[in-house]
Design a protein around this ligand. Structure first.
Ligand code: HEM
Length: 530
């Protein structure tokens, strides 16, 4: 527990002084009306009834408040508390993130990673990645992962943190709640539609999925925009990344539906394969290198340096990184489509340039965040964040070699290399980042001291071993198929174990905040400890 200064006591003894190292929970306990001051700067329901166990300095850094002014304001409130009693009341906007995070965990452990692991086992048994009968299941897995894992975590996190960072309240929490239902209906329908198409019931479910997912994503963006409009705070550069990511989020939903209807209307296997080959690559790049890259880069810039005390970079290259992420993606998609439709190899140079630019933004982003520099704060989540950025560098270093590898191995397009790169990105970078951010944020929101929680070394090691194994072994299937295929088949289950281990811990922590709430609702509200 954070330090309480000499002379300051909590509960039945009088508190005389608050300093930067006093925990928010101790302050709220000693002076319940101080909560009003915290709410003004975005605390709201964070940490439940008792507030988070983090220090005042941490709260001030994360919420970008002048800590000395805050210490003065809180001491003034403590010396002269307002007469009006503060009654803590949790609203939907305070706990809505929990249902998004829980649904994300449920999806990753069922139709997401678990199904992916089963697909991988079938690929290993068949001794080839090119099994047409597995395509619907793999596409269903990919959809569940993008919309249900990445999408739900991003929505839950945005609903929770964005209003707090802008010192406002979430606009229309009831509509935000509706987007949760719409997303779940959409994901379930699309997964079923992938398996049942081209039967009419499959097409019908695909239409339902398209309508509900598009409605949910559109409403989500409007809710966040309306929330931002209420704020008088100046705009920050990281917001450009967030809204850029949301634009790609919307765009990918449309392209994903185009792919679905292109598949169900294809005549014959040849046309089906050609249509998937044309649309699938750009779709995955929009999802991962547009939506995924921009949201992680934006959240990281707002979150990583302040949470771990990394300080500012020597050169601020936020705008350059933003334009490189968007520009390289547009170049990648345009040159890929032109190369595919004209067969003119001239366009492959544009594609290669796009891959090089992607490696450049990855390096610049790591430099911007200084994520491998010495930190002044440490926590169980830091290893996940650092590993995520190490995986980003690995995956982006692989990408420019993709064409060269294809030529050297006389394949043109190496499915194994592309799959290996993509896994390094989706699991190593994106998923590792979700695990890291969630394991830092959820204990704070639940009012639990993360230093006393599990260190999460187990899930961390398993996820890295599983992901490393998959990345290396998938490439080795090109050279030593009889050895590499049986081994790669196991890696998926190592990753599912990691995700399950982490997911159970996170779920439990989220329930703790609910339990606290329930206990407090049963017990008489504690009166001000003054
Ligand atoms: C954690 C364990 C995971 C396992 C075992 C797994 C398994 C698989 C397998 C076997 C494939 C087909 C491989 C290939 O064709 O090269 C695949 C493809 C894919 N996966 Fe995963 N995956 C996992 C995690 C993820 C995550 C976290 C994401 C997204 C965030 C993701 C998104 C995708 C995408 C986009 C594809 C490509 C589908 C396509 O060809 O269009 N996967 N996955």
């Amino acid at each position: 527990m954070a330090a309480i200064t000499p002379g300051m006591t909590v509960g039945d003894i009088v508190v005389t002084e608050i300093n930067k190292l006093t925990s928010v929970a101790d302050i709220v306990k000693a002076c319940p009306t101080a909560r009003r001051v915290f709410d003004k700067y975005g605390l709201k329901g964070c940490g439940g009834e008792h507030g988070p166990t983090e220090t005042l300095a941490f709260f001030a850094a994360v919420h970008k408040v002048d800590v000395d002014a805050l210490v003065r304001e809180l001491n003034a409130e403590m010396r002269n508390p307002s007469n009006e009693e503060y009654v803590y009341k949790e609203s939907l906007g305070d706990f809505i993130y929990r249902r998004f995070f829980k649904a994300g965990i449920a999806i990753v452990l069922s139709v997401g990673a678990l199904w992916g692991a089963i697909n991988l086992l079938q690929i290993a048994q068949g001794g080839t990645f090119l099994q047409v009968h597995l395509v619907p299941a793999i596409q269903a897995h990919a959809h569940a992962m993008i919309f249900g894992w990445m999408g739900l975590f991003v929505m839950g996190f945005a609903y929770q943190s964005f209003p707090r960072f802008k010192y406002v309240t979430l606009w229309r929490a009831d509509l935000a709640n509706l987007t949760w239902y719409l997303m779940l209906i959409g994901i379930a329908s699309r997964v079923a539609a992938e398996m049942l198409q081209p039967m009419p019931v499959g097409v019908g479910l695909g239409i339902l999925a398209a309508a509900t997912e598009l409605a949910a994503i559109t409403m989500f963006i409007i809710i966040i925009l309306k929330t931002a409009q209420q704020s008088v705070e100046p705009h920050n550069t990281y917001e450009k990344f967030i809204f850029g990511a949301f634009s790609w989020f919307f765009m990918q939903a449309i392209v994903s539906d185009i792919l679905f209807f292109a598949k169900v209307t294809a005549v014959g296997v040849d046309q089906l394969v050609m249509r998937i080959a044309l649309i699938d690559g750009p779709l995955r790049d929009i999802q991962l290198l547009g939506f995924g890259a921009l949201i992680i880069a934006g959240v990281s810039q707002r979150f990583v340096p302040v949470v771990y005390g990394l300080g500012n970079p020597r050169h601020d290259r936020q705008s350059l990184i933003f334009w490189l992420i968007n520009g390289s993606l547009i170049l990648d998609v345009a040159t890929y489509v032109l190369l595919f439709s004209t067969g003119n190899l001239y366009f492959s140079m544009g594609l290669e340039l796009a891959f090089i630019l992607m490696a450049v933004w990855a390096v610049l982003l790591v430099m911007q965040l200084r994520v491998f520099a010495k930190t002044s704060e440490t926590d169980r989540s830091l290893k996940f964040i650092r590993a995520a950025y190490a995986w980003l560098l690995v995956s982006m270093a692989m990408l420019p070699f993709f064409p060269v590898y294809g030529v050297l191995t006389h394949q043109g397009f190496s499915h194994a290399f592309m799959g290996s790169y993509r896994h390094a990105y989706t699991v190593g970078f994106v998923s590792m980042m979700i695990l890291g951010v969630a394991s830092r944020v959820v204990p704070i929101l639940a009012g639990v001291d993360s230093k006393r929680s599990s260190s999460l070394w187990g899930p961390f090691i398993f996820l890295n071993v599983g992901c490393g194994g998959r990345v290396v072994l998938q490439i080795l299937t090109d050279f030593f198929p009889s050895v590499a295929f049986p081994l790669v088949g196991v890696t998926g289950f190592i990753e599912v174990t990691a995700l399950g281990w982490w997911g159970v811990e996170l779920w439990h922590t989220m329930n703790l905040s609910r339990t606290n709430r329930a206990q407090l609702l049963r017990a008489p509200l504690p009166l001000a400890a003054r």
